[in-house]
Design a protein around this ligand. Structure first.
Ligand SMILES: Cc1cc2nc3c(=O)[nH]c(=O)nc-3n(C[C@H](O)[C@H](O)[C@H](O)COP(=O)(O)OP(=O)(O)OC[C@H]3O[C@@H](n4cnc5c(N)ncnc54)[C@H](O)[C@@H]3O)c2cc1C
Length: 409
């Protein structure tokens, strides 16, 4: 199908930045379009038309995926503090503990206000910068890829985390002339990237209303053990904060309806059971249905899929830091649509995006947010009843024994 550099179709660019990283004359930059998504721009004066960028683009020919049965695990970090500071079960931190020695480089997405950037740390104590999902696409891929390769060539261990398309870009950038035994790639299960314009407008309006600057945004605040409520927390400079749960949050409503995703996310080549990275991390959605013993009081639980031999070995070693057990991939996939197939954009996406460009945040919500209805409340409390489902399961277990479920590690 070709990539954006050859056909200029926006659905054929993930903004991984591999093209910019490989360009021998630094002729490629990235700029936002009017929907807030970044695409390559070529400086025609500098370009030598060597075609390196096209050959390196993961969307041109694709990237090999790990085939064969993966090792699948469900569970969470034994350290409650780590788990609390993480989005799901805190498995990313446990992997870093196992993979990284004193002389390693860890790459991940760091929040600087509302802007998200891929950066590098060489001290594990700074890992907190990367913990927590930031639902906005990171910049800085070019520099991160270049640095990662430098570290590998220098013989250092590297842990590179990102979305599947970013890992595919890294693998294309690294190519075959660089040793990869010391590279561990960790990707997140990815729903896609929303337009950053919505959050910018929201924050602008909040700051105006409150007369105080927003200092931090936590998309997945656990709010005293509400992992599956997905509470967003916004902190202000005056010390106050605001919390919104996902059932009432326009951000989650618009995004999960496919109204404002990046075009390439609607036709994503990485939403398949075969994965690109050594290890894939996600939320253990459906935990209350097929493995309630892992719900763990709703403090967060992870799905871990190790697809390569290296990933499987590292996961086996990491288990000592985790509470949980192996799962069947078929069960996990049932609740993970981003690991099964692509999710086409909402037919109303273009209309929504036009409004997103021109309306204020309040005007947009007035027009597009569904009315708070009884149906919404029922949805929220049926979803919110995970805790009750698990509670009933515990009572049954007390009465009837372990119900044939696997024992915890
Ligand atoms: C954009 C996005 C969409 C996601 N969609 C889903 C989904 O549909 N279903 C699901 O089960 N899980 C999804 N996840 C993954 C999930 O939210 C957790 O990140 C994952 O379970 C790891 O949790 P943890 O507790 O082990 O790690 P945490 O400590 O929370 O680690 C977070 C990891 O995510 C990486 N990360 C954070 N933000 C970004 C970003 N903007 N770009 C690239 N990497 C980032 C960090 O580098 C780090 O490696 C998504 C994550 C992101 C970033």
């Amino acid at each position: 199908m070709g990539g954006y550099l050859t056909n200029h179709q926006k659905s054929r660019c993930t903004a991984c930045e591999t093209c910019a990283a490989v360009c021998p004359v630094s002729a490629i930059g990235f700029a936002e379009d009017d929907e807030g998504f970044r695409y390559p721009t070529v400086d025609e004066g500098a370009c030598v038309h060597c075609g390196t960028c096209v050959r390196a683009c993961p969307m041109e020919k694709g990237v090999p995926k790990n085939a064969g049965a993966p090792l699948v695990f469900g569970g969470y970090n034994r350290d409650d503090e780590v788990r609390d500071k993480s989005t799901s079960g805190g498995v990313f931190a446990a992997l870093a503990e196992v993979w990284c020695d004193e002389d390693c480089a860890i790459f991940g997405a760091e929040a600087k206000g509302l802007e998200i950037r891929h950066s590098c740390i060489t001290d594990k104590r700074e890992l907190g910068k990367f913990q927590k999902s930031k639902y906005s696409q990171s910049t800085g891929g070019k520099q991160a890829f270049q640095k990662a390769k430098e570290h590998l060539l220098a013989g250092k261990r590297v842990l590179y985390s990102g979305t599947p398309c970013q890992i595919a870009g890294l693998m294309k950038y690294i190519g075959t002339d660089c040793p990869t035994e010391k590279l561990l790639t960790v990707e997140v299960v990815c729903e896609g990237f929303p337009s950053p314009i919505l959050m910018r407008k929201y924050v602008e309006e909040l700051e105006e209303k409150r007369g105080s600057k927003v200092t931090a945004l936590d998309y997945r605040y656990k709010d005293k053990d509400k992992w599956d409520f997905q509470v967003m927390k916004i902190d202000f400079a005056d010390g106050r904060s605001k919390k919104v749960d996902r059932w009432f949050s326009p951000f989650w409503i618009f995004w999960l309806k496919g109204l404002m995703s990046r075009p390439s996310c609607a036709d994503c080549e990485f939403r398949t059971p075969d994965r690109t990275a050594d290890i894939t991390l996600g939320d253990l959605w459906g935990v209350q249905k097929y493995c309630p013993e892992l719900y763990g009081e709703n403090k967060g639980c992870s799905l871990v899929v190790a697809s390569s031999p290296k990933g499987k070995k590292v996961l086996q070693e990491t288990k000592k830091y985790l509470f949980g057990h192996d799962l069947r991939y078929e069960d996990a996939l049932r609740y993970q649509s981003p690991m099964r197939s692509s999710a086409p954009a909402n037919p109303k996406r273009d209309e929504f995006m036009e409004d997103l460009k021109k309306l204020s945040y309040s005007e947009l919500c007035k027009k597009w947010r569904p009315r708070y209805s009884l149906k919404l409340l029922i949805s929220k409390y049926v979803w919110g009843s995970n805790r009750q489902i698990v509670f009933l399961w515990k009572i049954k277990r007390k009465i009837f024994g372990n119900l044939g479920r696997a024992h915890l590690n």
